[in-house]
Design a protein around this ligand. Structure first.
Ligand code: FMN
Length: 412
C-alpha cells in the first residue's frame, strides 16, 4: 500500500513547518525535535537528523500545515481584493476546497455584516476577511467596529494588509477563535507581525498585483519569512496563477498560495468584463508600480496594468492635480447589492472597474500582476481555477524535478 509520498527538501531546506501535522504552538519543542532515521539505525549507522517534509502527498491529496490548520482541502487561498472578492467569489473558492477571502475597502460595518451573511448562506466551509489598515489615515477604512463585526460572525480567518492593526484588535479576534494573518511585503513588517501574535504570514512579492509595498521577488520573500519563523504558515503571493507556479512556491517553502490576479479573471469576480479580458491578453512586463491613483487614498503604491493614463503620467505622479481640479472619468456603484451608492469617479480614481462601471478603462486603475497575467489564458469559473491549479501542482510535486530553479519572472 503506497498511500503516502513525502517530498523532502534538501540542504538549506525550509525548516519544515508545513509538514502536514496539525499546527504546533509557537516554540513547541516537537517542532524542533530532529527525526531519527530508522533505516540508518537499523543498519547500525549513526542516526542523522532527517530533513522534514515541506508538504505531504497522501493518496491523491496535497496537505500542508495550512490545510490542517484551517481545515481546507487545498493549500489555496483567494486574495482578499477590495471590490472584486465579494461573496460569490469567496463562496466559489471555499466550496472548491480552498479558502475564499472577502475583500473590503471603504464599506461601513453594516455592509460587511451583510456580506458575511451572504457568505455564510453560501457555504459551510471556512473563509476569511481581508482588511487594509493604514495608520496614517485618521478615518481609516478599517475600524474596531469592523473587527467586532467579524468577531460577532465568528469569521474563521482575518487578514490585515499594509500596516499592522492595534494589538487589541488581534487579541480580541484571537480570543474569539479567529486566526489572524498578516500580508507583508518586507521582513520588517513580517517581524512586527509575528511579534504582535500573527498566526500566518503572506509573503507579498514585488510581482504582486494591487497595493504593494514589496521590493523582493515572491520566492525569495517566502524564504526570508521562513528564516524568521517556523511556527506559522507562510503563503506565497505574487505571480501564482497556474499549477506550475503554485507547485514551485510550495517546493520553495510556502505552506500555500495566495492568488489574486488569476481570480480576477474568474466568472464570479466582481470585475468589469473588459478588465478581465485585459488580464487574459496581458503578459509579464505589461504592468507598472505607480502611486498615480488615489484621490480617495493618495500616495499608495500599486501594481497596475500599464494603460494609457499610466503611460502618460509615468515619472510625473507627484504632479497629479488635486481632486477638486480634476475631471470625472466615469461612474460606478459602491457597496453593490447592499447600499448601491452612485459614485462619480474622479480622474486618477483608485477604484477599479466593476460590472457597474461606465467610462474609459484606459483612464482607470486596473490592478494586476504581469507574472500572473502571463499564465492566464481564459476566464474560468473560480472553482475550476482552484481545482485545476492544485491538481496540477500535486502532480508536479510528485516528481518535482524542474521546480528547483528559482527563475521566477519578477518583472510584474
Ligand atoms: C484587483 C486586485 C485588488 C487587490 N486588492 C487588495 C485588497 O483590497 N487588499 C489586499 O490585502 N490586497 C489586495 N490585492 C493584493 C493581493 O492581496 C495579492 O497581494 C496579489 O494579488 C498577489 O499577486 P497576484 O495578483 O500576482 O496573484 C489586490 C490585488 C489585485 C490584483
Amino acid at each position: 500500500m503506497k498511500a503516502r509520498y513525502e517530498s523532502i527538501l534538501s540542504g538549506d531546506a525550509m525548516n519544515g513547518a508545513n509538514d502536514g501535522r496539525p499546527g504546533q504552538p509557537p516554540g513547541s519543542s516537537e517542532d524542533e525535535a530532529p527525526q531519527a532515521d530508522g533505516e540508518a539505525e537499523a543498519a547500525g549507522l549513526e542516526a542523522r537528523p532527517k530533513p522534514k517534509p515541506i508538504y505531504v502527498l497522501e493518496g491523491n491529496t496535497l496537505k500542508t500545515r495550512l490545510t490542517r490548520d484551517v481545515g481546507i482541502h487545498y493549500p489555496f487561498v483567494g486574495a482578499g481584493m477590495a471590490f472584486v472578492s465579494l461573496p460569490p467569489l469567496v463562496v466559489a473558492v471555499s466550496e472548491a476546497g480552498g479558502l475564499g477571502m472577502l475583500g473590503t475597502a471603504p464599506e461601513p460595518p453594516g455592509v460587511l455584516e451583510a456580506r458575511l451573511k451572504a457568505i455564510q448562506a453560501g457555504t459551510q466551509r471556512p473563509y476569511g476577511v481581508d482588511f487594509i489598515v493604514d495608520k496614517l489615515e485618521p478615518h481609516g477604512f478599517t475600524t474596531r467596529d469592523h473587527v467586532d463585526t467579524c468577531i460577532a460572525a465568528k469569521v474563521p480567518v482575518v487578514v490585515f494588509h499594509w500596516t499592522l492593526p492595534p494589538r487589541e484588535w488581534i487579541q480580541a479576534l484571537q480570543a474569539a477563535g479567529t486566526r489572524v494573518w498578516v500580508q507583508a511585503g518586507t521582513e520588517d513588517l513580517a517581524r512586527q507581525a509575528l511579534d504582535a501574535g500573527a498566526q500566518g504570514l503572506i509573503a507579498q512579492g514585488r510581482q504582486a498585483g494591487g497595493r504593494n509595498l514589496g521590493s523582493t521577488p515572491t520566492l525569495a520573500l517566502v524564504k526570508a519569512f521562513r528564516k524568521l519563523t517556523d511556527a506559522v504558515p507562510v503563503l506565497a503571493a505574487g505571480g501564482i496563477a497556474d499549477g506550475f507556479s503554485a507547485a514551485r512556491a510550495l517546493h520553495h517553502g510556502a505552506d500555500g498560495v495566495w492568488v489574486g490576479t488569476r481570480l480576477v479573471a474568474s466568472v464570479e469576480a466582481y470585475a468589469h468584463p473588459l478588465y478581465k479580458q485585459r488580464l487574459v491578453d496581458g503578459d509579464a512586463g505589461d504592468t507598472a508600480m505607480t502611486t498615480l491613483f488615489g484621490p480617495e487614498w493618495p500616495g499608495k503604491r500599486m501594481r497596475v496594468i500599464r494603460n494609457r493614463v499610466v503611460r502618460e503620467w509615468a515619472g510625473r505622479e507627484s504632479s497629479v492635480p488635486p481632486t477638486s481640479e480634476s475631471e470625472a472619468i466615469g461612474t460606478t456603484r459602491l457597496f453593490p447589492g447592499v447600499l448601491d451608492v452612485r459614485y462619480v469617479m474622479p480622474k486618477f480614481s483608485s477604484f477599479l472597474p466593476t460590472p457597474d462601471t461606465q467610462g474609459d478603462l484606459e483612464e482607470m486603475s486596473l490592478p494586476a500582476g504581469g507574472a500572473s497575467m502571463s499564465r492566464i489564458d481564459t476566464v474560468q469559473p473560480a472553482g475550476q481555477i482552484v481545482v485545476e491549479m492544485m491538481e496540477r501542482a500535486r502532480r508536479l510535486l510528485e516528481s518535482p524535478e524542474g521546480l528547483d530553479e528559482e527563475d521566477e519572472d519578477d518583472r510584474g
